[in-house]
Design a protein around this ligand. Structure first.
Ligand code: NAI
Ligand code: MG
Length: 362
């Protein structure tokens, strides 16, 4: 095989939605459109039940060796009381760290057929296609010191530390500008340079990267204004690059412009290998394992399938095939098919397998 995929379905609906991706891989392979060799691993509760860890060393090694990792979701009430270091989320954090995937890509696309179903005004979201590029391995979630200290007066002091170094900002900015070149050619960089030193450095480094991309338009925006503008007039944006904390919040806000959690894919990319130019990459839906609907066959597989389409585009340069998968998703929605989470009156409500089959049928 030319390319290797490591599939980690995880828990809950993870296994149900991954099954639909497997069918698509089998089809593209059989049509000669791809030459993927796939292997499967366990993570989260599924790994804990079998091996008493959130992910085994063997599966971590396989994830690192693969050309791309396709991940479902982990977690569920069954594993609420497992030891902290083996909790399901530990598998995700471990994989992100081992793969050093510092660039989190969260597209917010509004499919034409769903524009009317959005809680927002149709004219605001119809045709929306923006991409938030969030720094994922640095910033205030990781900076030291990070602690809660007892004070002599009986009170406590909590400390988190925002830290960014030049190289971390430089590499995420380059991801954003490279992506903008393949899109509408516009990058907004969101920070709080008016009140944060990390914002001052962020802006300085992004501006200097921008000089290497004279063909891409660059625009600075304060992060709080970015939140407002995302809700007021989201279509003014193309690519938005920002740090870990602001990216967490802004990408969730942008996500909700598009409808259901069950529609949202993501990609997390590492640095290109100096020898081969290949990036480590991790693709997953934004949603979790949805224990409330797990096992019922009603989960929306679109976020998972769209995550696979992102793998085709960003790991394998198969832009055309990725576009076909995305067009098939838009097509079945246009035909009126809906899973329960995006259900509307007068639409046909289908289950996970029927939605997957319809997308494959396009
Ligand atoms: P969740 O995303 O699993 O579910 C939130 C709500 O959205 C639920 O009502 C669920 O039924 C619905 N939903 C989510 N994905 C859907 C889909 N594809 N189709 C239809 N409906 C969908 O978030 P929640 O409930 O906060 O967490 C459940 C478990 O998932 C927890 O154990 C949590 O820790 C874990 N989780 C895992 C993530 C991951 O693996 N990356 C991310 C977020 C949560
Ligand atoms: Mg979040």
């Amino acid at each position: 095989a030319t390319h290797t995929l490591f599939l980690i379905p995880g828990d809950g609906i993870g296994t149900e939605i991954m099954a639909e991706v497997e069918k698509i891989i089998a089809w593209t392979n059989s049509e000669g459109l791809t030459d993927f060799a796939t292997d499967q691993g366990l993570a989260g509760g599924a790994a804990y039940d079998r091996h008493q860890v959130a992910i085994t060393e063997e599966d971590v090694a396989k994830a690192k060796a693969a050309d791309a990792v396709i991940f479902g979701a982990v977690g569920g009430p069954k594993w609420d009381d497992v030891p902290y270091e083996h909790r399901p989320e530990a598998a995700l954090l471990r994989l992100r760290k081992e793969l050093s995937v510092f660039a989190n890509l969260r597209p917010a696309i509004c499919y034409p057929a769903l524009a009317g179903a959005s809680a927002l005004k149709r004219e605001l979201v119809e045709g929306l296609d923006i991409l938030i590029v969030r720094e994922l391995t640095g910033g205030v979630y990781f900076g030291e010191p990070k602690e809660i200290v007892d004070l002599p007066n009986g009170q406590k002091r909590a400390v988190d530390t925002q830290v960014y170094e030049t190289y971390e900002i430089d590499r995420i900015a380059r991801v954003a500008f490279d992506l903008a070149r393949t899109r509408k050619g516009l990058v907004h960089s969101a920070d709080k340079k008016n009140v944060m030193k990390s914002g001052v450095l962020w802006d300085e480094v992004v501006r200097s990267v921008a000089k290497d991309y004279p063909d891409v338009q660059f625009q600075h925006i304060l992060a709080d204004n970015a939140a407002m503008q995302l809700v007021r007039n989201p279509k003014q944006f193309d690519v938005m690059v920002t740090d870990n904390l602001f990216g967490d919040i802004l990408s969730d806000a942008a996500a909700m412009l598009t409808g259901s959690l069950g529609m949202l894919p993501s990609a997390s990319l590492g640095a290109p290998d100096p020898a081969t130019g290949k990036r480590k990459a991790f693709y997953e839906p934004v949603h979790g394992s949805a224990p409330d609907i797990a096992g019922k066959g009603v989960a929306n597989p679109i976020a998972m399938i769209a995550s696979f389409a992102m793998a085709l585009r960003y790991s394998f340069g198969m832009t055309e095939l990725a576009g076909k998968v995305e067009a098939a998703i838009a097509g079945v929605l246009g035909d009126g098919l809906r899973t329960a989470d995006i259900g509307e009156d007068n639409r046909r409500t289908v289950g996970t397998q029927e939605m997957g089959a319809a997308i494959l049928g396009k």
